[in-house]
Design a protein around this ligand. Structure first.
Ligand code: ZN
Length: 203
């Protein structure tokens, strides 16, 4: 009996954890001042959802489009830094969850950027979040389906101007969770940069 109670309690906890993970929190949509991180890499996300901008002479790379309603905020952050939102040529994501990729349809339309996604996350992106092994088909985790322009594989590189990003397949949080690495240059020194796909463990 005690064991059954324990299992029931655990199941309830897991349910709450899943519900919490599927719900928007205020920090996701709270603005945060954009700033330079290092070299040509800038932060253009909100308090709770990270977006990164890489600036090259041939245009901009954006990592993470976040929520649909994040797009005007990202745009404002890009422009505040003195860059042009329309110069985004390549759009990348950390993984195929709506809080990091629901804005991709709008950004593609506004900028004409090429959308590049890790192989294992492509079916979900093109199905608008349907079929996620964590969230299933719940409406809160769905977004506008987007056609992926380039399918990435582990170790592939994305190049624009003098910037090279390497896509590392780090599955777990989603099947195609991608950790990005690059080298930033500042004051004559080179720095290895890692943009983590997701440190979150699914409930
Ligand atoms: Zn996620």
């Amino acid at each position: 009996m005690q064991k059954i109670m324990r299992i029931a309690r655990l199941a309830l906890l897991l349910m709450f954890a899943a519900a919490a993970a599927a719900q928007e929190t205020p920090d996701w949509t709270s603005p945060f001042p954009p700033f330079k991180i290092i070299g040509n890499i800038y932060y253009v996300g909100s308090q709770g959802l990270a977006s990164y901008l890489l600036v090259t002479p041939q245009g901009l790379i954006l990592i993470n489009s976040n929520l649909e309603k994040s797009v005007p905020m990202i745009r404002e952050s890009v422009e505040k830094l003195g860059f042009h939102f329309k110069d985004i040529k390549i759009l990348l994501i950390s993984h195929a969850h709506w809080d990091h990729c629901a804005g991709s349809a709008a950004i593609k339309e506004l900028t004409g950027a090429k959308y590049m996604v890790m192989d294992e996350d492509v079916p979900e992106i093109e199905a608008g979040g349907k079929g996620n092994f964590q969230y299933g088909d719940v409406l809160t985790s769905r977004y506008q389906p987007v056609k992926v322009d380039r399918v990435l594989h582990d170790g592939d590189t994305v190049r624009l101007g003098d910037t090279v990003l390497t896509a590392h397949l780090t599955p777990g949080h989603t099947k195609g969770t991608t950790t990005w690495t690059t080298v930033a240059k500042e004051d004559g020194k080179s720095y290895n940069v890692v943009i983590v796909g997701s440190p979150n463990v699914n409930a």
